[in-house]
Design a binder for this molecule. Structure first.
Ligand SMILES: Nc1ncnc2c1ncn2[C@@H]1O[C@H](COP(=O)(O)OP(=O)(O)OP(=O)(O)O)[C@@H](O)[C@H]1O
Length: 633
């Protein structure tokens, strides 16, 4: 029985609650909204309400009603005290067709006797009927409408001016590595109001952003107003540092704008409202959003409302990574949109950056005309990691053998002699290779930190990181941190674990602190001793040193969750797979974890767990990828 059982719930929601399909919060909110409606709410409408609430809680903006019977109970997080749910053989799901008929006439859709309350929205789509909490339907509609308006027009750019700007920034030599998609991305950004710049880690997204900004300055003047932002403070600080570094060898980038969080850009207020919106637009001519995969639907709709129609928007990110914590997977939806019209490419783009025949297939050409370009050439690493990452992306739930073969089968033999880029499956009962790597990492960290070598200590810090799916439990951050501390103490006689800072301690910042320039998720290391003790953080190629007293909220970091590792890269990572039935174990989680590594990946788990990860995909239902029409509203 689940620990989340709602006391006193005896109605239709009880069986779903007992089975672990609906959490207590879903049941409570559904009951509360039904009561507020003042109308007679039937059992099927109650189930629909709870489904819509559950959808948002689990990251979707809506429910695909044709597929409700595929919903599986959630497995509890380790350590939350709940025993796994035992679903009955047959859940009493309403028939989807009947549910749509009931909802079409329901006061929850058409309007309630108590007032203007219409909490649900029902729409038709390419994926069949979709059910929303109305707030999320409105946000999606805002995104859809504004993007359509922005798509209907193109900025006026003359081909000769664009060619000159591209040549100034990228040079005029033809790259013998084939069609240059980075240059094409800059041409697309100059000739579209909205551009989506997608690509995996190391494909040069930030490199390209720096050049896009330089092209904009060449075209629009160096006083062009640029807003750089990212969903988290850490991602914003990282982008800022990289763009600053790029200025060293990119003279065409005359000034580097200041990056901030999307919240701050939009003027977030403590009451949860935003200063910026349709009535108070952002002053920028160009807005760049980095790590857009982490942007929730609510923030995206607010950002779009806040843009001037004649401001260029450039959305940057990897659509295959884990999505935002809040509802929505907007970047993936925009990259995979299925209702694209066959529109011509911008004339100036065709004139200066047209791809040779065969470079883009029909679908990619449609995407390009829609402002979406995907960088495909890796600039950071190759080898087995890249091939495994590509195979994870390409795998479908039922066809995972290619990935397994690349990691443990015959295909893996090709990489046997490589010293870099390896992906190795480690049996959880034979952890010696991981232990050796961790101890060596700690040894280097301590040596560099003891000699107060900030750059060396930061390089050592980023050489290895253990990544877990969960915070708690045997396979989680807490269990692994304990094990790692034990290994380090045994091998180095370090005596770690006592309270207080110690030289060589790796730390993770838990709260944004813009005053001192550190952000939630930043990792740093304690160096030096006595009065010379500092905690240092990497900022691009530079170092940010702080006094320990300046760090208000941090914890030692021997392992971290894969979610928190997004946006960071390490020399090597050890990815700890949870039990095969953990609902967090998905191919997006595995892809995100594997692509955090530059040189080596250990995957601690069994082939069974690996297959479980690959066979499950994060299902985020949304209506953004297809045309929709509201019914019954
Ligand atoms: N065309 C290029 N020529 C030379 N070096 C490049 C090129 N494109 C990218 N690089 C280099 O490759 C590395 C990775 O690029 P970059 O950091 O821009 O990738 P990214 O896609 O933003 O990666 P991540 O998503 O991990 O932040 C950087 O060192 C960058 O300078």
């Amino acid at each position: 029985m689940s620990a989340q059982l709602v006391a006193g719930e005896h109605g239709v929601l009880r069986v779903f609650n007992e089975a672990g399909v609906f959490a207590a919060a879903d049941v409570h909110v559904a009951r509360r909204v039904a009561a507020l409606s003042g109308a007679e709410i039937g059992d099927h409408e109650l189930v629909a309400l709870a489904l819509a609430v559950r959808a948002v809680r689990t990251g979707s903006t809506c429910v695909k009603l044709d597929r409700i019977t595929e919903i599986v109970p959630e497995t509890p997080e380790p350590g939350d005290g709940a025993a796994p749910a035992e679903p009955p053989a047959q859940m009493p799901w309403p028939d989807p067709g009947e549910l749509v008929r009931t909802l079409t006439a329901s006061p929850l859709i058409t309007g309630c006797p108590t007032g203007p309350l219409r909490p649900l929205a029902l729409v038709t789509s390419d994926d069949g009927p979709l059910l929303y909490l109305r707030k999320y339907f409105r946000q999606e509609q805002t995104i859809r409408d504004i993007l359509a308006q922005r798509r209907a027009q193109r900025p006026q750019v003359e081909a000769p001016a664009l060619a000159a700007a591209l040549n100034e920034v990228f040079g005029s030599d033809v790259d013998d590595g084939g069609y240059d998609r980075q240059r094409a991305a800059a041409a697309l950004a100059a000739t579209s109001w909205t551009t989506v710049l997608a690509g995996g880690p190391g494909t040069g997204k930030t490199y390209t952003v720096a050049r896009i900004l330089a092209v904009m300055q060449a075209l629009l003047g160096s006083d062009v107003r640029i807003g750089l932002c990212a969903p988290t403070g850490r991602a914003a600080a990282q982008m800022q540092a990289s763009i600053n570094d790029h200025r060293a060898d990119l003279t065409a980038l005359r000034t580097a704008p200041v990056a901030t969080t999307v919240h701050k850009l939009l003027g977030w207020r403590p009451d949860g409202s935003y200063r910026r919106g349709a009535d108070d637009r952002l002053p920028y001519d160009v807005v760049v959003v980095d790590e857009t995969s982490m942007l929730a639907v609510s923030m995206m709709s607010r950002l779009l409302e806040s843009l001037r129609p004649d401001a260029r928007l450039i959305l940057v990110g990897d659509p295959h990574q884990l999505s935002s914590v809040d509802a929505g997977a907007v970047l993936a939806d925009l990259v995979e949109r299925r209702d694209r019209e066959d529109t011509p490419l911008p004339e100036a783009f065709e004139a200066v950056a047209a791809a040779p025949a065969g470079e883009f297939d029909a679908a990619e050409r449609l995407a390009l005309a829609d402002g979406v370009i995907t960088l495909t050439r890796g600039h950071r690493y190759g080898g087995q990691i890249s091939e495994v990452a590509a195979a994870i992306k390409a795998s479908s739930g039922t066809d995972v053998d290619a990935v397994i073969d690349l990691i443990t089968g015959e295909a893996a033999q090709r990489f046997a002699d490589d010293t870099r880029g390896r992906v190795i499956l480690v049996d959880p009962d034979e952890l010696e290779p991981v232990r050796r790597t961790v101890v060596e990492w700690a040894r280097r960290l301590r040596a560099t930190a003891n000699s107060a070598d900030a750059a060396g200590a930061l390089a050592a810090l980023m050489q290895h990181r253990v990544l877990c799916a969960h915070r708690d439990g045997r396979h989680g951050v807490s269990g692994w941190s304990r094990a790692i501390i034990g290994w380090i103490n045994d091998d180095l006689g370090a005596g770690i674990g006592a309270a207080g800072w110690y030289t060589g301690e790796p730390i993770l910042v838990n709260r944004n602190d813009p005053t001192h320039g550190i952000f939630n998720g930043d990792s740093g290391v304690v160096i030096g001793t006595g009065d010379a003790t500092r905690v240092v953080f990497a900022r691009g190629t530079g170092v940010l040193p702080l006094y320990p007293s300046q760090i208000a909220d941090s914890s030692p970091v021997y392992a971290m969750t894969i979610h928190r590792s997004q946006g960071s890269q390490f020399g090597a990572v050890t990815v700890v797979l949870p039990d095969a039935d953990a609902h967090l174990l998905t191919k997006e989680l595995l892809y995100t974890a594997v692509t955090r590594a530059q040189n080596q990946v250990f995957i601690v788990g069994t082939e069974h767990e690996l297959r479980a990860a690959l066979s499950r995909s994060v299902q985020r239902a949304s209506g953004l990828g297809s045309a929709v029409r509201e019914i019954g509203g």
